[in-house]
Design a protein around this ligand. Sequence first.
Ligand code: NAP
Length: 314
Amino acid sequence: MQKKHTPLLILGSGPAGYTAAIYTARSLITPVLISGMQPGGQLTQTTDIENFPGFPEKISGTELMDRMRQQAENLGTIIIDQSAVNVDLSQRPFTITLDNEEIYTCDALIVATGASAKWLDLPNEDNLRGFGVSACATCDGFFYRNKKVAVIGGGNTAAEEALYLANLASEVFLIHRRNELRCEKVMQEKIKAHPKIKMIWNSVVQNYIGDKNNGGLTGLILKNTLTEEESQLSVDGCFVAVGYTPNTELFRGQLELTPEGFIITDKTSLKTSVEGVFAAGDVQELFYRQAVTAAAGGCRAALEAEKFLSEIKK
Ligand code: NAP
Protein backbone atom coordinates (compact mmCIF):
# COMPACT_ATOMS: atom_id res chain seq x y z
CA MET A 1 0.00 0.00 0.00
CA GLN A 2 1.23 3.52 -0.80
CA LYS A 3 2.57 5.46 2.15
CA LYS A 4 1.01 8.82 3.04
CA HIS A 5 3.22 11.54 4.45
CA THR A 6 2.29 14.17 7.01
CA PRO A 7 4.63 16.57 8.83
CA LEU A 8 3.02 15.80 12.19
CA LEU A 9 1.16 12.75 13.38
CA ILE A 10 -0.57 12.51 16.75
CA LEU A 11 -1.40 9.16 18.32
CA GLY A 12 -4.31 9.28 20.76
CA SER A 13 -7.58 11.13 21.21
CA GLY A 14 -7.71 12.02 24.88
CA PRO A 15 -7.27 15.62 26.12
CA ALA A 16 -3.52 15.50 25.34
CA GLY A 17 -3.99 14.34 21.73
CA TYR A 18 -6.85 16.72 20.92
CA THR A 19 -5.10 19.71 22.51
CA ALA A 20 -1.92 18.94 20.57
CA ALA A 21 -4.08 18.83 17.42
CA ILE A 22 -5.83 22.14 18.23
CA TYR A 23 -2.50 23.93 18.73
CA THR A 24 -0.70 22.49 15.71
CA ALA A 25 -3.71 22.94 13.42
CA ARG A 26 -3.75 26.64 14.32
CA SER A 27 -0.13 26.90 13.22
CA LEU A 28 -1.24 25.58 9.81
CA ILE A 29 0.62 22.27 10.05
CA THR A 30 -2.54 20.17 9.33
CA PRO A 31 -1.89 17.37 11.80
CA VAL A 32 -3.16 13.83 11.30
CA LEU A 33 -4.59 12.36 14.50
CA ILE A 34 -5.07 8.61 14.89
CA SER A 35 -7.82 8.24 17.46
CA GLY A 36 -7.09 4.69 18.66
CA MET A 37 -9.48 1.96 19.78
CA GLN A 38 -11.43 4.19 22.15
CA PRO A 39 -11.98 7.61 20.51
CA GLY A 40 -12.06 10.20 23.28
CA GLY A 41 -9.99 8.02 25.61
CA GLN A 42 -10.58 7.29 29.28
CA LEU A 43 -12.77 10.34 29.87
CA THR A 44 -15.51 8.79 27.76
CA GLN A 45 -15.82 6.18 30.51
CA THR A 46 -16.27 8.64 33.35
CA THR A 47 -19.47 10.35 34.38
CA ASP A 48 -19.63 14.03 35.22
CA ILE A 49 -16.50 16.14 35.26
CA GLU A 50 -16.55 18.92 37.83
CA ASN A 51 -12.92 19.98 37.74
CA PHE A 52 -12.25 20.89 34.11
CA PRO A 53 -12.14 24.69 34.11
CA GLY A 54 -14.83 26.47 32.12
CA PHE A 55 -17.77 24.20 32.90
CA PRO A 56 -19.34 25.56 36.09
CA GLU A 57 -22.39 23.33 35.66
CA LYS A 58 -20.10 20.26 35.15
CA ILE A 59 -19.91 18.36 31.87
CA SER A 60 -20.05 14.68 30.95
CA GLY A 61 -16.76 13.07 29.90
CA THR A 62 -18.21 12.11 26.52
CA GLU A 63 -19.45 15.61 25.79
CA LEU A 64 -16.14 17.19 26.78
CA MET A 65 -14.27 14.86 24.45
CA ASP A 66 -16.78 15.36 21.61
CA ARG A 67 -16.27 19.11 21.91
CA MET A 68 -12.50 18.79 21.86
CA ARG A 69 -12.71 16.58 18.76
CA GLN A 70 -15.03 19.06 17.05
CA GLN A 71 -12.69 21.92 17.87
CA ALA A 72 -9.67 20.00 16.49
CA GLU A 73 -11.61 19.15 13.32
CA ASN A 74 -12.94 22.68 12.84
CA LEU A 75 -9.37 23.95 12.87
CA GLY A 76 -8.34 21.47 10.17
CA THR A 77 -7.08 18.32 11.92
CA ILE A 78 -7.49 15.14 9.89
CA ILE A 79 -8.86 12.55 12.32
CA ILE A 80 -8.60 8.88 11.43
CA ASP A 81 -10.59 6.42 13.56
CA GLN A 82 -8.06 3.62 13.44
CA SER A 83 -5.40 2.24 15.80
CA ALA A 84 -1.68 2.13 15.16
CA VAL A 85 -0.46 -1.47 15.11
CA ASN A 86 3.19 -0.84 14.37
CA VAL A 87 5.57 2.07 14.80
CA ASP A 88 9.10 2.38 13.46
CA LEU A 89 11.05 5.16 15.12
CA SER A 90 14.49 3.94 14.01
CA GLN A 91 14.78 6.65 11.34
CA ARG A 92 13.02 9.80 10.17
CA PRO A 93 10.50 10.04 8.69
CA PHE A 94 8.93 7.75 11.28
CA THR A 95 6.61 5.04 9.97
CA ILE A 96 3.23 4.24 11.50
CA THR A 97 1.10 1.33 10.31
CA LEU A 98 -2.62 1.35 11.08
CA ASP A 99 -4.94 -1.60 11.64
CA ASN A 100 -6.53 -1.05 8.21
CA GLU A 101 -2.97 -1.53 6.80
CA GLU A 102 -2.62 2.14 5.81
CA ILE A 103 0.92 3.38 6.34
CA TYR A 104 1.80 6.95 7.37
CA THR A 105 5.19 8.56 7.56
CA CYS A 106 5.80 11.71 9.61
CA ASP A 107 8.63 14.08 10.48
CA ALA A 108 7.42 14.59 14.05
CA LEU A 109 5.27 12.40 16.29
CA ILE A 110 3.28 13.21 19.42
CA VAL A 111 2.46 10.13 21.48
CA ALA A 112 -0.69 10.64 23.54
CA THR A 113 -1.88 7.05 23.81
CA GLY A 114 -2.94 7.36 27.45
CA ALA A 115 -3.42 4.50 29.84
CA SER A 116 -5.79 1.54 30.37
CA ALA A 117 -7.47 0.18 33.46
CA LYS A 118 -5.53 -2.35 35.54
CA TRP A 119 -7.08 -5.63 36.63
CA LEU A 120 -6.52 -7.69 39.76
CA ASP A 121 -5.03 -10.60 37.78
CA LEU A 122 -6.89 -13.23 39.76
CA PRO A 123 -7.21 -16.76 38.30
CA ASN A 124 -10.82 -16.55 37.12
CA GLU A 125 -10.86 -12.84 36.26
CA ASP A 126 -10.68 -13.40 32.49
CA ASN A 127 -13.47 -15.96 32.73
CA LEU A 128 -15.78 -13.52 34.53
CA ARG A 129 -14.96 -10.29 32.67
CA GLY A 130 -18.26 -9.22 31.14
CA PHE A 131 -20.08 -11.72 33.38
CA GLY A 132 -20.12 -9.76 36.61
CA VAL A 133 -16.58 -8.36 36.60
CA SER A 134 -16.03 -4.99 34.93
CA ALA A 135 -13.74 -1.96 34.96
CA CYS A 136 -16.32 0.54 33.77
CA ALA A 137 -19.37 1.49 35.80
CA THR A 138 -20.74 3.86 33.17
CA CYS A 139 -20.55 1.09 30.55
CA ASP A 140 -21.94 -1.79 32.62
CA GLY A 141 -23.63 -0.24 35.66
CA PHE A 142 -27.02 -0.43 33.97
CA PHE A 143 -27.02 -4.24 34.38
CA TYR A 144 -26.91 -3.92 38.17
CA ARG A 145 -30.09 -1.97 38.78
CA ASN A 146 -31.29 -2.89 42.31
CA LYS A 147 -28.50 -5.43 42.71
CA LYS A 148 -25.53 -5.61 45.08
CA VAL A 149 -22.17 -4.55 43.71
CA ALA A 150 -18.61 -4.11 44.93
CA VAL A 151 -16.03 -1.54 43.83
CA ILE A 152 -12.35 -2.29 44.45
CA GLY A 153 -9.91 0.57 45.06
CA GLY A 154 -9.57 3.79 47.00
CA GLY A 155 -8.66 6.41 44.39
CA ASN A 156 -10.75 8.93 42.49
CA THR A 157 -11.85 6.33 39.96
CA ALA A 158 -13.12 3.95 42.65
CA ALA A 159 -14.94 6.80 44.38
CA GLU A 160 -16.57 7.96 41.13
CA GLU A 161 -17.58 4.42 40.22
CA ALA A 162 -19.08 3.84 43.68
CA LEU A 163 -21.09 7.09 43.55
CA TYR A 164 -22.31 6.36 40.03
CA LEU A 165 -23.35 2.81 40.93
CA ALA A 166 -25.09 3.99 44.09
CA ASN A 167 -27.69 5.63 41.81
CA LEU A 168 -28.53 2.25 40.31
CA ALA A 169 -27.63 -0.59 42.66
CA SER A 170 -29.35 -1.53 45.91
CA GLU A 171 -26.05 -1.58 47.83
CA VAL A 172 -22.45 -0.68 46.97
CA PHE A 173 -19.49 -2.10 48.91
CA LEU A 174 -16.34 -0.06 48.45
CA ILE A 175 -13.45 -2.39 49.25
CA HIS A 176 -10.10 -0.78 49.97
CA ARG A 177 -6.83 -2.36 51.03
CA ARG A 178 -6.05 0.35 53.59
CA ASN A 179 -8.11 2.27 56.15
CA GLU A 180 -7.96 5.61 54.37
CA LEU A 181 -9.15 6.56 50.90
CA ARG A 182 -6.69 8.06 48.42
CA CYS A 183 -9.39 10.04 46.55
CA GLU A 184 -9.96 13.79 46.94
CA LYS A 185 -11.50 14.96 50.22
CA VAL A 186 -14.67 16.18 48.51
CA MET A 187 -15.22 12.66 47.16
CA GLN A 188 -14.49 11.13 50.56
CA GLU A 189 -17.23 13.27 52.06
CA LYS A 190 -19.71 12.23 49.35
CA ILE A 191 -18.88 8.55 49.91
CA LYS A 192 -19.25 8.88 53.66
CA ALA A 193 -22.60 10.63 53.33
CA HIS A 194 -24.13 8.21 50.83
CA PRO A 195 -26.60 5.85 52.50
CA LYS A 196 -26.11 3.08 49.94
CA ILE A 197 -22.29 2.94 50.07
CA LYS A 198 -20.67 0.74 52.69
CA MET A 199 -16.91 0.80 53.21
CA ILE A 200 -15.00 -2.43 53.71
CA TRP A 201 -11.59 -1.31 54.97
CA ASN A 202 -8.27 -3.17 55.06
CA SER A 203 -9.44 -5.81 52.63
CA VAL A 204 -8.37 -7.27 49.31
CA VAL A 205 -10.13 -9.63 46.92
CA GLN A 206 -8.56 -13.10 47.10
CA ASN A 207 -10.78 -14.53 44.39
CA TYR A 208 -14.04 -14.20 42.52
CA ILE A 209 -16.82 -16.73 43.07
CA GLY A 210 -18.83 -17.81 40.04
CA ASP A 211 -18.60 -19.09 36.49
CA LYS A 212 -19.53 -17.31 33.29
CA ASN A 213 -21.38 -20.41 32.06
CA ASN A 214 -23.40 -20.63 35.23
CA GLY A 215 -24.88 -17.22 35.99
CA GLY A 216 -21.61 -15.29 36.25
CA LEU A 217 -20.24 -13.69 39.41
CA THR A 218 -22.01 -14.49 42.67
CA GLY A 219 -19.54 -13.23 45.24
CA LEU A 220 -16.03 -12.42 46.37
CA ILE A 221 -13.57 -14.03 48.72
CA LEU A 222 -12.01 -11.26 50.76
CA LYS A 223 -8.94 -11.23 52.96
CA ASN A 224 -8.45 -8.78 55.78
CA THR A 225 -4.98 -7.27 55.31
CA LEU A 226 -4.47 -6.87 59.08
CA THR A 227 -5.81 -10.16 60.45
CA GLU A 228 -5.38 -12.29 57.27
CA GLU A 229 -8.90 -13.57 57.98
CA GLU A 230 -10.91 -14.67 54.94
CA SER A 231 -14.60 -13.97 54.40
CA GLN A 232 -17.18 -14.17 51.65
CA LEU A 233 -19.29 -11.33 50.30
CA SER A 234 -22.31 -11.97 48.05
CA VAL A 235 -22.43 -9.54 45.13
CA ASP A 236 -23.81 -9.59 41.59
CA GLY A 237 -21.18 -7.29 40.14
CA CYS A 238 -17.62 -6.25 40.89
CA PHE A 239 -16.00 -3.11 39.46
CA VAL A 240 -12.22 -3.03 39.53
CA ALA A 241 -10.77 0.49 39.91
CA VAL A 242 -7.16 -0.05 40.99
CA GLY A 243 -5.37 2.36 38.68
CA TYR A 244 -4.06 2.48 35.17
CA THR A 245 -1.20 1.14 33.13
CA PRO A 246 0.31 3.21 30.27
CA ASN A 247 -0.39 2.19 26.67
CA THR A 248 3.21 1.90 25.50
CA GLU A 249 3.51 -1.61 24.06
CA LEU A 250 4.17 -0.19 20.58
CA PHE A 251 7.16 1.80 21.82
CA ARG A 252 8.93 -0.89 23.87
CA GLY A 253 12.56 -1.08 22.72
CA GLN A 254 12.19 2.18 20.75
CA LEU A 255 11.60 4.85 23.39
CA GLU A 256 13.04 4.97 26.89
CA LEU A 257 10.40 3.81 29.37
CA THR A 258 10.25 3.63 33.17
CA PRO A 259 10.13 0.11 34.72
CA GLU A 260 6.32 0.56 34.89
CA GLY A 261 6.20 1.34 31.17
CA PHE A 262 5.66 5.14 31.23
CA ILE A 263 7.49 7.07 28.50
CA ILE A 264 10.40 9.04 29.94
CA THR A 265 10.25 12.67 28.80
CA ASP A 266 12.11 15.87 29.45
CA LYS A 267 9.78 17.46 31.99
CA THR A 268 9.78 20.88 30.30
CA SER A 269 9.75 20.08 26.60
CA LEU A 270 8.15 16.59 26.72
CA LYS A 271 10.84 15.39 24.30
CA THR A 272 11.35 11.62 24.44
CA SER A 273 14.59 9.70 23.93
CA VAL A 274 14.10 9.92 20.13
CA GLU A 275 14.54 13.33 18.47
CA GLY A 276 11.26 14.43 16.89
CA VAL A 277 9.08 12.26 19.15
CA PHE A 278 7.18 13.95 21.99
CA ALA A 279 4.86 12.39 24.57
CA ALA A 280 2.00 14.00 26.50
CA GLY A 281 -0.73 13.01 28.93
CA ASP A 282 -1.11 9.83 30.99
CA VAL A 283 1.33 7.87 28.82
CA GLN A 284 4.18 9.78 30.49
CA GLU A 285 2.53 11.20 33.63
CA LEU A 286 3.52 9.61 36.92
CA PHE A 287 1.73 11.90 39.37
CA TYR A 288 -1.04 14.21 38.23
CA ARG A 289 -3.02 12.28 35.59
CA GLN A 290 -5.78 14.84 35.26
CA ALA A 291 -7.67 15.90 32.13
CA VAL A 292 -6.40 19.44 32.56
CA THR A 293 -2.74 18.41 33.00
CA ALA A 294 -3.01 16.11 29.96
CA ALA A 295 -4.40 19.01 27.91
CA ALA A 296 -1.57 21.25 29.14
CA GLY A 297 0.93 18.57 28.11
CA GLY A 298 -0.65 18.34 24.67
CA CYS A 299 -0.10 22.08 24.28
CA ARG A 300 3.56 21.87 25.32
CA ALA A 301 4.26 18.89 23.03
CA ALA A 302 2.56 20.75 20.15
CA LEU A 303 4.65 23.90 20.61
CA GLU A 304 7.84 21.83 20.81
CA ALA A 305 6.87 19.78 17.74
CA GLU A 306 6.23 22.98 15.77
CA LYS A 307 9.64 24.29 16.81
CA PHE A 308 11.26 21.00 15.80
CA LEU A 309 9.53 21.00 12.39
CA SER A 310 10.60 24.55 11.63
CA GLU A 311 14.20 23.76 12.66
CA ILE A 312 14.51 20.69 10.40
CA LYS A 313 13.10 22.74 7.46
CA LYS A 314 15.95 25.29 7.69
P1 NAP B 1 -5.04 5.57 41.70
O1 NAP B 1 -5.16 6.96 42.16
O2 NAP B 1 -3.69 5.02 41.35
O3 NAP B 1 -5.70 4.66 42.81
C1 NAP B 1 -5.69 3.28 42.71
C2 NAP B 1 -6.34 2.71 43.95
O4 NAP B 1 -6.37 1.30 43.85
C3 NAP B 1 -5.56 3.06 45.22
O5 NAP B 1 -6.45 3.36 46.24
C4 NAP B 1 -4.78 1.78 45.51
O6 NAP B 1 -4.60 1.57 46.86
C5 NAP B 1 -5.71 0.72 44.95
N1 NAP B 1 -4.99 -0.46 44.44
C6 NAP B 1 -3.97 -0.50 43.57
N2 NAP B 1 -3.62 -1.77 43.28
C7 NAP B 1 -4.46 -2.55 44.01
C8 NAP B 1 -4.61 -3.95 44.14
N3 NAP B 1 -3.86 -4.82 43.47
N4 NAP B 1 -5.58 -4.42 44.97
C9 NAP B 1 -6.38 -3.54 45.64
N5 NAP B 1 -6.28 -2.21 45.55
C10 NAP B 1 -5.33 -1.72 44.75
O7 NAP B 1 -5.92 5.27 40.39
P2 NAP B 1 -7.28 5.95 39.91
O8 NAP B 1 -8.24 6.12 41.02
O9 NAP B 1 -7.69 5.17 38.73
O10 NAP B 1 -6.82 7.37 39.43
C11 NAP B 1 -5.76 7.49 38.46
C12 NAP B 1 -5.45 8.94 38.27
O11 NAP B 1 -6.54 9.57 37.62
C13 NAP B 1 -5.25 9.68 39.60
O12 NAP B 1 -4.24 10.64 39.43
C14 NAP B 1 -6.57 10.34 39.84
O13 NAP B 1 -6.50 11.51 40.62
C15 NAP B 1 -7.03 10.65 38.42
N6 NAP B 1 -8.49 10.71 38.36
C16 NAP B 1 -9.06 11.91 38.61
C17 NAP B 1 -10.44 12.04 38.59
C18 NAP B 1 -11.03 13.38 38.89
O14 NAP B 1 -10.29 14.30 39.17
N7 NAP B 1 -12.33 13.53 38.86
C19 NAP B 1 -11.24 10.92 38.35
C20 NAP B 1 -10.64 9.70 38.11
C21 NAP B 1 -9.24 9.60 38.14
P3 NAP B 1 -3.63 2.51 47.76
O15 NAP B 1 -4.41 3.75 47.98
O16 NAP B 1 -3.39 1.71 48.97
O17 NAP B 1 -2.39 2.70 46.93
